[in-house]
Design a protein around this ligand. Structure first.
Ligand code: SF4
Length: 287
């Protein structure tokens, strides 16, 4: 069995929620933050794929403002495409497309400005253009790489990998509340799990990773060590045990988590849960 890396986070949030989602097959209703987050994910994936074309098209020295407007134009077109691709989900959370555009506009223009400034500085320092500019530019960013491993019993899609010569650094993009220091525990485990997968995939050690908090545009560093490897392996086994179990785990006893949980109504409805477990057990017995 290979489990998605995202299940490690669900398990750390609440093992009962993992059971409700994976064993009883319940789904949380979509939330505005999740829908806007998936638009941002799609946006980042697309801009990384377009980066080579944008950078290679700069064939001579131009002012910083020209590079900024080049990026801005490309990015706003990509944003609109990501919004139209997610229209159905936006409808479900009652956001119309112009509002989604307005909500993302500032963040997108800041990103365009940041990337344009980096390129401008690289050109100033190295005096290279076009294809050579792209070839020499570091880091290069790979996005949405699918990885899996029978040994680790894990699979997943890494949001971004920054490639410096032969060094690979995974990045996870996250929306939502940012911790005061460091990263949330579930994010730490996720990046550790992806590091292990990438280590096997590229056959090279991965020493560090980052969580990029999209709302504040902060990147938080995580050093990968042997203890984290053991922790990931232990959690993977615990997740598999919950998925294969017939027993519903206890409530998580954390009011905050339950308040934010999209499954709270059914979770606290004993009768409904009993019925769902009965249906599931029957299905299992007949399969
Ligand atoms: S409502 Fe609370 S106990 Fe129930 S699944 Fe959600 S977080 Fe877990």
């Amino acid at each position: 069995m290979k489990i998605p890396v995202s299940l490690l986070s669900t398990y750390l949030y609440c093992s009962r929620k993992l059971f409700l989602e994976r064993v009883l097959l319940l789904e949380e209703p979509p939330k505005e933050s999740v829908v806007m987050g998936s638009i941002r994910h799609e946006f980042y994936d697309s801009i990384n794929k377009k980066e080579e074309g944008i950078v290679s098209s700069i064939t001579k020295k131009v002012p910083l403002d020209s590079i900024k407007s080049l990026y801005r134009k490309e990015y706003l077109a990509i944003l609109w495409k990501a919004i139209t691709n997610n229209k159905r989900m936006l409808d479900e959370v009652n956001i119309n497309m112009p509002d989604a555009y307005k909500k993302s506009f500032q963040f997108i223009t800041e990103e365009a400005s940041l990337r344009a400034t980096n390129i401008f500085k690289f050109i100033e320092a190295n005096e290279v253009f076009g294809e050579e500019l792209w070839q020499r530019l570091t880091p290069k960013i790979m996005s949405e790489l699918r990885v899996e491993s029978d040994v680790l019993k894990l699979k997943g899609i890494v949001d971004q990998i920054h490639v410096y010569d032969k060094e690979y650094v995974p990045f996870e993009l996250k929306t939502g509340k940012v911790p005061q220091d460091g990263v949330w525990p579930s994010h730490r485990i996720q990046i550790a799990a992806y590091s292990l997968l990438l280590q096997e995939h590229f056959n090279t050690p991965i020493k560090e990773g980052y969580i990029f908090y999209l709302d504040t545009k902060e990147r938080r560093h995580i050093a990968i060590n042997q203890f984290m490897v053991e922790e990931v392996m232990r959690i993977v086994d615990e997740v598999i045990a919950v998925i294969e179990s017939k027993d519903l785990p206890e409530f998580c006893n954390n009011e905050n988590k339950c308040r934010k949980c999209g499954l709270r109504q059914v979770c606290y409805n004993e009768e409904e849960i009993k019925n769902l477990i009965k249906v599931r057990t029957n299905l299992r017995n007949h399969s």
